[in-house]
Design a binder for this molecule. Structure first.
Ligand code: FAD
Ligand code: SIN
Length: 544
């Protein structure tokens, strides 16, 4: 690597619709848009392999009212509102629950296989907080199957073009035309994105008539997370830098049961909640079913309750993990439902039929994010967002299990309707400058970046985890300030690399989570602080 090389920027690339992200939200939207408007070009940028996404790792399944003999929209709505602890937008919940089954039928038509029972009916699973069996799944590989379906289908549509190994750095707004844009500026507009071609290392300008962010979650901000390494909150950080509106960033969902692996691994392997839906029971080392102390629903209580209970038991008992007991379950049926989980356990020396599985909570899902309306529009004109990078109003203070794949599909659908209505009146913006690459030197010591990322994860896991307090949040903010300054210095002087941008974005995400947590002076849903352990009567989204 040679220092002092000027980072080149390439000529402008124009497309009709630009999508950043190729998970369930990005590709579902791209497919729908491409089918509705064969006259438009849909360009999808994705930062690594097209099929690498949070979507791909989803295990449990998609929640949708399916068996109308026993289940109803009202029940699914009530379960979602109950989990969301007063912060869900009831209209959005109703939209997602009622439109959800149609979206699931569509992906089945596109080729997705969900497991069926001997009567040839869909084998519906159950997870924490659901009052009925309503989770469609494909073994414990639901996300893999859905990603396969949409990737294969998108490849068949001639007006979808997917560019892999393209890293979106920032969205382009009036700011890049030299105008002053701040958080109170009305009508901020999005014209496209600057993206780094990872192969040539050139920064390309993509101009679009409509842009959709579908960049997923940010689990990599914590030490233990079920999210793959791509989950660095890029889209959320981009919108924050562009002065767009975000909300509810304090609500980070910790999954109660990731596999405790003494060897450590990133990401942590998930042991699906569906295993508890199938009869698995949480126990401590002495085999006590401790969840019954916390909630009458026991091991199948909503995630926030279970994760907090495990955290408390671990601290009180001085243990590194609790256990999930599956020894009483039928081996053949267990293996048919959970082959990946079974094999993974065996690979680290645990036979789930003979030994209890050691489990520990891990960061899993970000409920907050880019604020969107009922059509997926953000506060920035011509910028839409879908999937885990958004806060649509569905999850409120805590997401109900298996509601996110559903949410992504419902909003992908709604956004394609909104873009179809609007795009004909929009033209490409003229006069956008190429990326202004100021930094010219290769970062000399990559170890500085990896060290900062480690410190960041340590700060967030120690001070802004499942249980928070004023002192911890202040410690986090103080330490993040230092990391922020050091990283901004590096960013100013260095050539752009995905690693540096991701670090910068994760610091922004960490700041946003910590700041929102300090603003919320109560405990609600996933946010629990020992200084304000009660729920307040008034309910507000925390908007940044
Ligand atoms: P993703 O699928 O994460 O896709 C994001 C895309 O954006 C990727 O293609 C990524 O490369 C791209 N990208 C990001 N930043 C950039 C950038 N700067 N430039 C270019 N491209 C970029 N939900 C359920 O409903 N049911 C489940 O059973 C379930 N199980 C889960 C199990 C695990 C282990 C995990 C991690 C999550 C699970 N979830 C589940 C949550 C669910 O999988 C995610 O919320 C959902 O898949 C998110 O989809 P998405 O399209 O928003 O983002
Ligand atoms: C799981 O399978 O436990 C994950 C489900 C989800 O996150 O929605």
């Amino acid at each position: 690597m040679c220092p002092n090389v000027v980072q080149k920027s390439r000529p402008i690339i124009k497309t009709d619709v630009l999508v950043v992200g190729s998970g369930i939200a990005g590709l579902t939207f791209a497919i729908k848009m491409a089918k509705k408007r064969p006259d438009l070009e849909i360009l999808v940028l994705t930062k690594t392999d097209e099929r690498e996404s949070n979507t791909r790792y989803a295990q449990g399944g998609v929640a949708a009212v399916w068996n109308f003999e026993v289940d109803t929209y009202e029940k699914h709505i009530a379960d979602t509102l109950d989990a969301g602890d007063g912060l869900c937008d009831e209209e959005i919940v109703s939209i997602v629950v009622k439109e959800g089954p149609e979206r699931v039928k569509e992906i089945i038509e596109w080729g997705a296989r969900f497991d069926k029972n001997q009567k040839d009916e869909y084998d519906l699973g159950k997870e924490g907080g659901h009052s009925e069996f309503r989770i469609l799944h494909y073994k414990d590989l639901t996300g893999w199957e859905m990603q396969r379906t949409i990737s294969d289908y998108a490849a068949e549509l001639p007006n979808i073009k997917i560019l892999e190994e393209y890293y979106a750095i920032d969205i382009i707004t009036q700011h890049h035309l030299g105008r002053i844009v701040n958080r109170v500026t009305p009508n901020i507009e999005c014209y496209g994105v600057y993206a780094l071609n990872k192969e040539t290392r050139e920064i390309e300008t993509f101009l679009a008539r409509s842009t959709v962010l579908a960049t997923g979650g940010a689990g990599q901000v914590y030490k233990a997370t079920t999210n793959p390494v791509i989950a660095t909150g890029d889209g959320i950080a981009m919108v924050y830098r562009a002065n767009g509106r975000l909300e509810n960033m304090e609500f980070v969902q910790f999954h109660p049961t990731s596999l405790f692996n003494p060897a450590g691994e990133n990401p942590s392997f998930l042991v699906s909640e569906a295993v508890r839906g199938f009869g698995g029971l949480l126990r401590d080392r002495a085999e006590v079913e401790f969840m019954l102390k916390y909630d009458e629903r026991g091991s199948l209580a909503p995630r926030d309750i279970v994760a907090r209970a495990i955290d408390k038991e671990m601290k009180e008992q001085g243990e590194e993990h609790m256990y999930l007991d599956c020894r009483h379950l039928d081996k053949d049926k267990f293996y048919a439902h959970f082959p990946t989980i079974y094999d993974k356990c065996v690979s680290i020396g645990i036979d789930p039929m003979k030994q209890m599985i050691p489990v520990v909570p891990a960061c899993h899902y970000l409920c907050g994010g880019i604020q969107t309306d009922e059509m997926g529009k953000t506060s920035i004109f011509n910028l839409y967002a879908a999937g885990e990078c958004t806060s649509t109003g569905l999850h409120g203070a805590n997401r109900l299990a298996s509601n996110s794949l559903l949410e992504a599909m419902v909003f992908a659908h709604r956004i394609h309707l909104a873009v179809d209505q609007q795009i004909d009146s929009v033209t490409h913006k003229e006069g956008i400058p190429a990326w202004n690459a100021k930094g010219t030197t290769e970062p000399k010591e990559l170890v500085l970046m990896t060290q900062s990322h480690k410190e960041l994860k340590e700060i967030m896991s120690s001070y802004v985890g499942i249980v928070r307090s004023n002192v911890r949040l202040k410690r986090s903010l103080d330490r993040l300030g230092l990391l922020y300054n050091e990283t901004e210095d590096l960013y100013r002087d260095s050539m752009i690399s995905p690693q540096l941008c991701e670090l910068r974005n994760l610091i922004t995400i960490a700041y946003l989570i910590t700041k929102s947590a300090s603003i919320r002076r109560e405990s609600r849903g996933l946010h629990f602080t020992t200084d304000f352990p009660k729920l307040l009567n008034f309910v507000e989204d925390s908007i940044l």
